[in-house]
Write a new protein. Structure first.
Length: 129
């Protein structure tokens, strides 16, 4: 039951931060195309879901959130490099911001999941031989 709670809380937190990220992205010049908006929201939701299902140990849960945020932000960051050239849009900085904010979102998802709701990572049990 605790695993289902962890997955649900982490995924919903990812959805929340997906909309936060969408709000930040849409505050710039011009309007975002709807596929880009969907991609942003789903990317951050995927971070939450991955954190929820992961039983990988990176030491402390905060490191787990940072690393998962980094890994699952890379596809969105690389897709941003394919955007058309624009004087108010620097592709390198957008890449760095996307990955950096993904790490922050991953950390915050872990804070909500492990810290506030106490749904800790469950490590698989190894049977004694």
């Amino acid at each position: 039951m605790n695993k289902a709670k962890r997955i649900l809380i982490a995924t919903l937190s990812g959805v929340l931060f997906g909309f936060v990220c969408f709000g930040l992205a849409s505050s710039g010049p011009g309007q975002l195309a709807w596929p880009v908006a969907v991609q942003i929201i789903l990317s951050r939701t995927l971070i939450g879901f991955a954190i929820g299902i992961s039983s990988t140990s990176f030491g402390h849960w905060s490191v787990h959130g940072l690393i998962m945020g980094l890994i699952f932000s890379l596809p969105l960051a690389f897709s941003g490099l394919m955007a058309p050239e624009s004087p108010e849009y620097d592709k390198t900085m957008m890449f760095v911001w996307t990955v950096g904010l993904g790490m922050i979102y991953g950390l915050l998802i872990e804070v909500i999941t492990s810290g506030i709701f106490k749904a800790k990572i469950q490590r698989p049990q190894v049977a004694a031989a």
